[in-house]
Design a protein around this ligand. Structure first.
Ligand SMILES: Cc1cc2nc3c(=O)[nH]c(=O)nc-3n(C[C@H](O)[C@H](O)[C@H](O)COP(=O)(O)OP(=O)(O)OC[C@H]3O[C@@H](n4cnc5c(N)ncnc54)[C@H](O)[C@@H]3O)c2cc1C
Length: 375
């Protein structure tokens, strides 16, 4: 069992209150309109939520990876699109904090942490996100910089991003290069119309002879795959937390409904069939919760990304499973009302299934775990 510190409990309480008062009343409408929630990103920045795991010198609070996961979970409970934006932002923050030069950190970290600038990581290509070794995007050295050409798909924060950290081949090996908004040749080909995360921003990006200065390489030239792998390993617990939050949100809706809905003159919460569904949901949520917190707590205890590969793949896998499974059970508790938009469950289910492919499919998560188990 986890013991939370006072600080972690305070962060959870603060984010939950903010989610209930500021996010819950707006979430459905923003998702319906498909509007990116710029103002709310700024608000979570001002509240210190974006930089909860980031160093103090750049405006973060260095509270840790577990508080960051808790913050994502609490926001996902009422507004998964914003939780996903927050979760995705942890990846560029991690890259810059751990591999950036002092100048890169000073330039980009403070405005991202404040929610004033938005960041993205662009790894996936049309030829297959699971096979990141086969990259077609290239950055060819030219004078004091690189010339970037290629295409990326499914890039979260792609069109709203002020800075996009792009994985591209620089010769035989890959590097991460920071591409800034407004660079000539940087095209947002289209915003992808997905089933869920309706007020998120997932895009296809194109690069046509984009010039990137040498000082924008993150980490060592040729070290991009290692940086990307470490970053995805660290961020997977937060992706799992989006699922955990969705599951909790769905369970709360179902429980409230079961206590209020009268059939045969009594609340349906008294029916054993309904109770069994509630018990299954509650059990699945608790089982997933500890698996999702575990890798983040290990990082806070000083373990490295390479030590938590299996734990973080499991956390991400279980987050997708619990979100979909609990939301579908919650829909059944509500009978016909489960599929009505006003009860939010249809939206939560659409958001839940978006978790499956993000930062690696369930099958890839199982491969990572299997490699460690059978080694
Ligand atoms: C909402 C959302 C947000 C995203 N955000 C980002 C982002 O910000 N940045 C980014 O770079 N990418 C992002 N992605 C892309 C995501 O990382 C990819 O979709 C994912 O890695 C899978 O790649 P793919 O879609 O090309 O599927 P593919 O790699 O083509 O996989 C197709 C199928 O083959 C299976 N498969 C692949 N390899 C194996 C194997 N070795 N053994 C068994 N089965 C296998 C997969 O599990 C899957 O079932 C996002 C995706 C979504 C849906």
């Amino acid at each position: 069992m986890f013991e939370f510190t006072k600080e972690q409990e305070m962060i959870r309480a603060m984010v939950r209150e903010f989610a209930d008062t500021e996010l819950a009343p707006k979430a459905l409408e923003l998702d319906r309109k498909g509007e990116f929630p710029y103002e709310l990103v700024k608000k979570i920045g001002a509240l210190g939520i974006i930089g909860v795991a980031s160093p103090r010198e750049y405006g973060g609070s260095k509270a840790g990876h577990l508080p960051a996961v808790i913050a994502v979970e609490e926001i996902a409970r009422v507004y998964p699109s914003l939780a996903f934006i927050l979760e995705v932002t942890q990846a560029p923050l991690y890259m810059l904090e751990n591999y950036g030069t002092p100048e890169q950190k000073q330039t980009w970290l403070p405005p991202i942490i404040r929610g004033e600038k938005i960041a993205a990581v662009a790894a996936t290509e049309p030829t297959g996100g699971s096979d990141l070794a086969t990259l077609n995007t290239t950055a060819v050295a030219d004078g004091d910089g690189y010339v970037l050409n290629g295409r990326k798909v499914y890039i979260t924060n792609g069109s709203v991003g002020d800075i996009v950290l792009v994985l591209a081949k620089t010769g035989e090996r890959a590097s991460i290069l920071a591409l800034e908004k407004g660079t000539p040749g940087f095209i947002v080909s289209r915003r992808q119309d997905l089933m869920g995360f309706k007020s998120g921003d997932v895009c296809e990006l194109g690069f046509s002879n984009c010039r990137i200065p040498k000082k924008n390489v993150i980490g060592k030239e040729g070290g991009g795959q290692a940086v990307a792998m470490a970053t995805f390993t660290v961020s997977r617990a937060a992706v799992g937390a989006v699922g955990l939050g969705i599951a909790r949100g769905a369970f709360e809706i179902a429980l409230k409904y079961a206590k209020e809905r009268m059939l045969y003159g009594k609340p349906i919460a008294g029916l054993q069939a309904i109770q069994f569904m509630l018990v299954d949901m509650d059990t699945e949520i608790d089982a997933a919760r500890w698996l999702i917190y575990h890798p983040a707590a290990c990082l806070d205890r000083g373990m490295l990304p390479r030590d938590i590969g299996k734990l973080s793949a499991r956390a991400k896998y279980i987050g997708g499973e619990v979100a979909a499974s609990v939301t579908m059970k919650a829909m059944q508790v509500l009978g016909g009302y489960g599929v009505s938009p006003e009860y939010h469950l249809a939206r939560l289910l659409a958001d839940a299934v978006e978790i499956f492919p993000a930062t690696g499919t369930p099958q890839i998560m199982k491969i990572i775990q299997a490699l460690e188990i059978v080694k």
